[in-house]
Design a protein around this ligand. Structure first.
Ligand SMILES: *Cc1c(COP(=O)(O)O)cnc(C)c1O
Length: 368
C-alpha cells in the first residue's frame, strides 16, 4: 500500500509534467546549475564538508556580488536558513518581530522557535496599506518594541523582513533603510528572508549590496531553490561577529552537507553571467503577463499589482473548483483568501496563455 501526501490545497497530485502555478519550487533546475553540478561530479573524489573548490568559488562569487567580505554558509532549504540565522541572532528569552504573513510565522512549523530554544515571534498586526502588501513598517516595529520593556515580556532582538514579500511585493531601498533605522534605534538586528531575493533585485534594479548591508541588513537568507537550483540556500552574514558559531549550528541541525559541492557548484551556475538575475527577471515578466491577462477576465478581481513573481486574485469558488478539475494547481491559503499564482524561472508564455484560456473558459468569458 502506498501513502499519498496531499497538497496543501487538498488536491491530489497530478501525474503530468505540465507547468503549474502553485509555487515557483515546482520548477526543475536550470541548465546552468545542472552544468556545474555535473562539473563537480566529473572530477571524482573531492574534499568533503565544504573544503572543495566549488564551495570556495561560489563563496568568492557571492562576496563579489555583495561587494563585501561576507560569511557564507550553504544549507539545504529555506526553513533551516531562516531558523538557524535567527537562532544565531537571539537568546532563548529574545523575540523576533515579523509580519503576520511572514513565512517564518506561517510556514516553518515553529522552526525558528525550536532552533533558538524558544525565542518568540512577535507578529506585527496592523491594518496599514503596507501591511496589506505583506510589509512591516517602522511604525509597527516601534509600537511592538515600545509596548513593553518589563522582564515578563520576551525582549525584542530582531526584525525579520521578507524580500520579495509573501504577497509578491518588494520593499524599496528606502523602506529597508527606514526599517533598519528604527531597528538600530532599539538595538535590534535585521534579518532578511530572501527566498525570492533575486526577484526583488530584478524588480528594483539596484545592486544586491544596496538592498542588504548598505541598507542595514545583518543577515540574508538568499534563496537558490526557487531561482533555479536543484536544492540549496545561502546564508549570508554581513557582520562577522554574528556568524562566529554558525558552522556548529549548521552541523547540529543536520544541515551540513558532506558532499557540499553538490549544493555550492550549482550556485556557480546561477552566479556566473548573472543567470540568477536573468531567471528572476523572466519569472517577474511572466507574472506581469499573467496579471494583465487576469485583469481582462470579467468576474476575476486581482489584488495589488505584482512586483515580483507572484500574482494574487479572487476567483469565485466554482471557478476555483473548475480550475482544479482541469488539473491546475494553485494555493488559496496564502495571505487572506486570494488565489496565488507563482511564476518560475522557466514558466513559458504558452503556459501563462493556457492558464488564462482555461480561466476564461470557466468564467464563461471565452472568446470563441
Ligand atoms: C519558499 C520560501 C522559504 C523556504 O522554504 P523551504 O521550503 O523551507 O525551502 C522561505 N521563505 C519564503 C518567503 C518562501 O517563500
Amino acid at each position: 500500500m502506498t501513502t499519498s501526501i496531499q497538497n496543501a490545497d487538498g488536491a491530489p497530485a497530478a501525474a503530468t509534467g505540465r507547468q503549474q502555478f502553485a509555487s515557483d519550487n515546482y520548477a526543475g533546475a536550470c541548465p546552468q546549475a545542472l552544468h556545474w553540478l555535473c562539473e563537480a561530479n566529473a572530477s571524482g573524489h573531492e574534499p568533503a564538508y565544504g573544503d572543495d573548490r566549488w564551495t570556495q568559488r561560489a563563496t568568492d562569487m557571492l562576496r563579489q556580488l555583495f561587494e563585501i567580505e561576507c560569511d557564507v554558509y550553504f544549507v539545504f532549504n529555506g526553513t533551516a536558513a531562516n531558523s538557524l540565522a535567527l537562532a544565531s541572532l537571539c537568546q532563548s528569552y529574545h523575540s523576533v518581530i515579523c509580519s503576520p504573513v511572514a513565512h517564518i510565522e506561517t510556514d516553518e512549523c515553529g522552526g525558528p522557535e525550536f532552533f533558538s530554544n524558544g525565542s518568540k515571534l512577535l507578529v506585527a498586526e496592523n491594518e496599514s496599506p503596507a501591511a496589506q502588501l505583506g510589509k512591516l513598517t517602522p511604525e509597527a516595529i516601534t509600537s511592538l518594541v515600545t509596548k513593553r520593556s518589563d522582564i515578563h515580556y520576551p525582549r525584542p532582538k530582531v526584525v525579520s523582513i521578507t524580500q520579495a514579500t509573501e504577497m509578491g511585493t518588494v520593499y524599496s531601498v528606502d523602506e529597508v533603510h527606514a526599517i533598519s533605522r528604527v531597528a538600530k534605534e532599539h538595538q535590534l538586528r535585521v534579518h532578511m528572508d530572501g527566498a525570492r531575493f533575486a526577484n526583488a533585485v530584478a524588480h528594483l534594479g539596484c545592486s544586491p549590496a544596496d538592498i542588504t548591508w548598505r541598507a542595514g541588513v545583518d543577515v540574508l537568507c538568499f534563496g537558490g531553490t526557487k531561482n533555479g537550483l536543484p536544492v540549496g540556500e545561502a546564508v549570508v552574514f554581513f557582520d562577522h561577529k554574528l556568524s562566529e558559531d554558525f558552522a556548529w549550528r549548521v552541523k547540529q541541525a543536520g544541515q551540513l552537507a558532506s558532499k557540499m559541492r553538490f549544493i555550492s557548484a550549482p550556485w556557480v551556475g546561477l552566479l556566473e553571467h548573472e543567470v540568477w538575475l536573468h531567471n528572476a527577471r523572466h519569472a517577474n515578466a511572466m507574472a506581469q503577463k499573467l496579471y494583465a491577462g487576469l485583469r481582462a477576465i470579467p468576474g476575476i478581481t486581482t489584488l495589488h499589482p505584482p512586483q515580483a513573481n507572484g500574482v494574487f486574485a479572487h476567483l469565485p469558488p466554482t471557478a476555483v473548483l473548475a480550475m482544479h478539475a482541469k488539473g491546475w494547481k494553485f494555493y488559496q491559503f496564502i495571505a487572506g483568501g486570494g488565489c496565488r499564482f507563482m511564476c518560475a524561472w522557466d514558466t513559458t508564455e504558452a503556459s501563462v496563455e493556457a492558464l488564462l484560456a482555461d480561466l476564461r473558459a470557466v468564467m464563461g468569458a471565452s472568446i470563441g
